[in-house]
Design a protein around this ligand. Structure first.
Ligand code: GDP
Length: 605
């Protein structure tokens, strides 16, 4: 098929768009775009999300000027349409005031991140708060004395770099400094290296906390030596990275660590913000409290947030009814770098959503609604095109797919292997169709699995496993089909049916009619028969039936085994007529209602 030239028209595509999205924009069948890409030397499927360059390249080929718009750009444009600028301090340099650094704790598993965060929150000596920090709200602020001056620090209370990178992937920067925890008895490990990469990519300075120095065999110097290989050279080795030997367990040298964070921040960063504007920042975590509604912890990044402000946070909006700090106490206002829990939002925002104060509730609601609508569209577009076992045949027919991709997760390596082997043996019926397993593993279905399935358009087969945490919601959102099985042959049957286009039809219930029992007859050998009058629709012999007594279903899945008008057998009896109905169910009473229905095949859409 010849694709008409775009005549240098400009089209806008969202970042990560697929050939299907491209096709929608220019009204061309995605299958022909697959052909064009093949011609250009790239094998891509119609639903695969493409890098910016590929979209631009395809545009050039078809004479379209492609503008790739990131979600952040889209949001910026939305806010601009309300004359709002997000992310900039208003005013001049004179309006800026120093603000505390925001710190994330990263490092390898079991090296003591959680313990360190706990210890810091308890050792908050300077503020003199009785009892220390009691509430987990997702972040907390502590104070320490540096050169006789009280300095504050904000800690993000979720250890690890996952949350950090997830936020960064969404264009949000919450962290100023990373504390990298390395256990002195274990040294540099894979996640240590990963954390270094993430911090560097985000251009966030690192302070190294060499932990567990109380453990026998701990070798803090070795950690310093190892770290030089990653470009982190300790001051005593002539570098500029602060290393502090600590014991998170015993609470040793915690103040030194805090001081090093402050000094590193002073040396490497010039952290300032304008407290005199309407507040802006980022949501760190949020949940729904049964009594109090949406509880969202936000980190104020610029401006001052006050009780009574109208705010919008992601697709949630509302007026700040109250704010709580990490001690569970009410606060009236929050300045830059201060985390507070906000009450009063209409719903629960996601971590990484930006928040901003707007002039009134109406503006807040409009922005929230537009964001919500945009997300809904994007989601529909994503899931409409995803491959599922039910829709796989359509993808096959449209020429988008000839391979069914599977990701297998199971409870034991034995079951995973057995399942994989059997699935690969399925005869998909000819050479044109095949099954390929793109990944396998033991354990719960993780975020990684879902990401992989999303990008490859694969189906996840879960054998005696379930998604961990919120991952089943994630899968729904991304439109990833997860199939759960606990018997191998069932998995094989369904996958086989899908590739052969034989998935069982879906049935739905169609109401036929109902009858009221007026009298119950005892018929020898047959049992009780209901002398009834048809109240609505019709009663048909062999139809399915249920018995209802005083509005409650007494028995389901019955059959109209016999149907009689006077002495004669009948196939159907209509509304208003009397009849005898045999259900092979004996507990029939006067005034019971017999409801009949049929199961009809519903076309798959
Ligand atoms: P995370 O996975 O990095 O968050 O590690 P945790 O904070 O959960 O710590 C892992 C284990 O190491 C726990 O049993 C802690 O009690 C222990 N741990 C943490 N810090 C220290 C320390 O300084 N000394 C000793 N001996 N054990 C520690």
């Amino acid at each position: 098929m010849k694709i008409p030239s775009g005549n240098n028209q400009t089209i806008r595509l969202s970042r990560g768009a697929s050939l299907s999205d491209f096709g929608d924009k220019i009204d061309v069948n995605p299958a022909s775009l697959v052909q064009v890409m093949m011609h250009l030397g790239e094998m891509v499927t119609a639903t695969q999300s493409l890098p910016d360059e590929t979209l631009v390249l395809l545009g050039e080929e078809l004479k379209y000027r492609v503008e790739v718009v990131s979600p952040e750009d889209e949001d910026r444009e939305l806010l601009e349409s309300f004359s709002i600028e997000f992310g900039e301090d208003k005013g001049s340099d004179e309006d800026l005031r120093p603000r505390p650094p925001v710190v994330t704790v990263m490092g390898h598993v079991d090296h003591g991140k959680t313990r360190l965060l706990d210890t810091i929150r308890k050792s908050n000596v300077v503020s003199g708060e009785a009892g220390g920090i009691t509430q987990h709200i997702g972040a907390y602020q502590v104070a320490t004395e540096v050169d006789d001056v009280e300095r504050k620090l904000t800690f993000i209370d979720t250890p690890g770099h996952e949350a950090f990178t997830a936020m960064r992937a969404r264009g949000a920067k919450a962290t100023d400094i990373a504390v990298l925890v390395v256990a002195a008895d274990d040294g540099v490990k894979p996640q240590t290296a990963e954390a270094i990469d993430h911090a560097k990519a985000a251009e966030v300075p690192i302070v190294v906390a060499v932990n567990k120095i109380d453990v026998e065999g701990a070798d803090p110097q070795k950690v310093r030596a190892q770290m030089t290989e990653y470009g982190l050279v300790a001051e005593e080795f002539g570098g500029d990275v602060q290393f502090v030997d600590i014991s998170a367990l015993k609470g040793e040298n915690i103040d030194d660590l805090l001081e090093s964070v402050v000094l590193t921040s002073d040396a490497a960063l010039d952290l300032k913000a304008n407290p005199g504007m309407e507040a802006q920042g980022i949501a760190i975590e949020a949940y729904l409290d049964r009594g109090r509604g949406s509880m969202a912890t936000v980190l104020v990044q610029r401006g001052t947030l006050n009780v009574g402000d109208s705010i919008v946070c992601g697709d949630a909006h509302g007026r700040v009814r109250a704010m709580l700090d990490e001690h569970g106490q009410n606060v009236q206002s929050a300045e830059p770098s201060r985390p507070v829990q906000v009450l009063g939002l209409t719903n629960v925002p996601s971590a990484g959503d930006n928040f901003l104060v707007v002039k009134d509730d109406r503006v807040a609601r409009q922005i929230a609604q537009q964001r919500e609508a945009r997300e809904r569209f994007a989601q529909q577009a994503r899931s409409a095109r995803r491959v599922t076992l039910d829709t796989w045949q359509d993808h096959l027919k449209e020429g988008e797919r000839s391979e069914l991709l599977l990701l297998i997760k199971g409870d034991t390596s034995g079951s995973v292997e057995a399942l994989e082997e059997s699935l690969l043996k399925i005869d998909a019926g000819g050479d044109e169709v095949s099954i390929r397993v793109i990944g396998r593993g033991v354990g719960a279905i993780t975020q990684n699995d879902i990401n992989l399935a999303t990008s490859a358009d694969a189906i996840i087969v879960g054998f005696n496993v379930r998604p961990e945490g919120k991952n089943s919601e994630l899968a729904d959102r991304m439109g990833v089909d997860i199939r759960y099985y606990s018997v191998i042959y069932q998995a094989i049957d369904e996958v086989e049916a899908a590739v052969k286009g034989l998935l069982k039809p879906i049935y739905e219930e169609v109401q036929l009619g109902s009858a009221e029992i007026r009298e119950v007859f005892k018929v020898p050998k047959i049992g009780n028969v209901a002398g009834s009058i048809v109240r609505s629709g019709l009663i048909r012999r062999n139809a399915k039936a249920r018995l209802i007594r005083e509005g409650v279903v007494i028995s389901e899945n019955l059959n109209v085994e016999s149907l009689r008008r006077f002495k004669d057998d009948a196939t159907e009896v209509r509304e208003g007529f009397e009849c005898g109905i045999g259900l092979s169910y004996n507990d029939l009473r006067v005034e019971d209602v017999i409801e009949t229905y049929e199961m009809q095949e519903k076309p798959r859409d």
